[in-house]
Design a protein around this ligand. Structure first.
Ligand code: RP5
Length: 170
């Protein structure tokens, strides 16, 4: 691996992209924060509504093609039974970051437990309920391992965050 999110595949350099998945359009209000954060760091991504239970065949086909299409990380948000992130992790060896979406009936506790309690062997890095921004920041931190410019932007973001706290007046 070298700079600018690059990986070598068959001696060709590919820039790693992030796939942002959500189970329903109703998740977009939360998931848009992940897109905005990746955009602000200049990280390429694809966003898609895809459902493990409503479009299972399409979901499997989509996951099977991800690595060859140059994706390096999957961010998946879902609410309720929330099997999208876990199934995504089952269908790829790319790292999967799960976002439990706040549900109407149980305020997202159902989503959180469903995503965080993955059985041993198929991990999903689980964020807080509605934690879309942190999911993007976690993806950025992983991509920054092989990209010095991105690592510098992440360090600058952390510094500006710290500066805001230090400059707070009450
Ligand atoms: C899940 O069910 C989605 O991720 C969404 O959070 C939840 C409700 O979906 P809709 O009924 O709003 O389409 O699949």
């Amino acid at each position: 691996m070298t700079g600018n999110n690059r990986i070598f595949v068959d001696s060709k350099i590919m820039v790693m992209k992030v796939s942002i998945l959500m189970g329903s359009k109703s998740d977009w209000d939360v998931m848009s924060a992940a897109c905005e954060t990746l955009e602000s760091f200049g990280v390429e991504y694809e966003k898609k509504v895809i459902s493990a239970h409503r479009t299972p065949q399409y979901f499997m086909e989509y996951m099977a093609g991800l690595r060859d299409r140059g994706f390096g990380i999957v961010i998946a948000g879902a609410g309720g039974a929330a099997h999208l992130p876990g199934m995504a992790a089952a269908l790829t060896t790319l790292p999967v970051i799960g976002i439990p979406i706040k549900s109407k009936a149980l305020n997202g506790l159902d989503s959180l437990l469903s995503i965080v309690q993955m059985p041993s062997g198929i991990p999903v890095a689980t964020m807080a309920i509605d934690g879309a921004k942190n999911a993007a920041l976690y993806a950025i931190a992983m991509l920054a391992l092989g990209d010095e410019a991105l690592a510098a932007r992440l360090a600058a973001f952390r510094k500006s965050q710290a500066d805001k706290v230090l400059q707070t007046e009450l």
